[in-house]
Write a protein that binds this ligand. Sequence first.
Ligand code: PPS
Length: 314
Amino acid sequence: MSTDVESARSSQPTPEYSDELHAEVLEDLRIGEHGYKYRLVEGIVMPPFITPSRYALSRTIETRPDDICYNGYPKSGTNWLANILVRLVNQGEAPSDRTLRDSVHWVESSIEYPRSKAELDAAPSPRIFHSHMPFHMALGGDPLGNPCRYVYIARNPKDVAVSYFHFESRAPWAGQYDGEWPHWLSMFLGGKLQRGDWFDHVLGWWRHRDAPNVHFLRYEDLLRNFGAELRRLGAFLGYDLSDDVVRAIEERTAFANMKQDSFSNLREISELSHFFRKGVIGSWKERFTVLESEWFDEIYRERMRGSGLDFDFV
Ligand code: PPS
């Protein structure tokens, strides 16, 4: 554990969410069933910390050809991808003077190191942006009309729904939501969770997977076939990775290592003490009943029909 990272951690303020500090406009916060807190942004359910000014900045920021914006529906492996990208542009190494979250820019959010426009303009290239937005609300405006490279990660939605349930139950930015799992599942399938409908989110990016500045990957492929997926990602971003660098990134971003490494364990953020939960394919089976699974499968088949996209659930 590096001393520099330790001191970066201890000097971070605790970015605990509170309406007063992070919601910017309190009047438009809404409370749904079981206290679920959210705000609507362009008609889509969003966390209260996606504030009008942060969202406006994220949409209007001028992107550069070497910018990278990774994106995904919540709980799809975006922080894993963050660690991979930070190391990919740096020969497998992580910065010694800051943590993972502080190595990336989360523009749409008012929590966790929000940068001003001046700070973003001054940030050295390649800038790496964190985002969870649907395609039509992406960082930098229309992805097809700006030079940023977008990397989208998608994960099978049963695991996403379960991971998200653990993450948002009793979370301050979700109004201390206190519903039970069956209620959560109906919210997920109804598109009522923060970041909106999973199918719209994933298919919105999937439809543009062949655009020259969009790269689409699946969590399950990364888990099963890391080296090949990393090389594909490297080729998209213009990095030729040696075997040693591929091995180093695979090892340092493996779940167990990310969980204990002070660079990536997210322990500096108080609400994320249980962030590294399972990191596997198929933990949905511990939560779904047979009936829930059949109901889910029916909706999944209907919504995914004709898309050409499918997921590994086991
Ligand atoms: S967030 O809060 O929306 O940004 O979460 P996100 O990072 O997108 O996804 C969190 C889930 O990813 C798992 N995770 C990993 N899986 C495999 N390998 C690595 N290295 C890894 N790091 C994080 C994390 O544990 C969450 O999934 P669950 O199923 O809850 O374990």
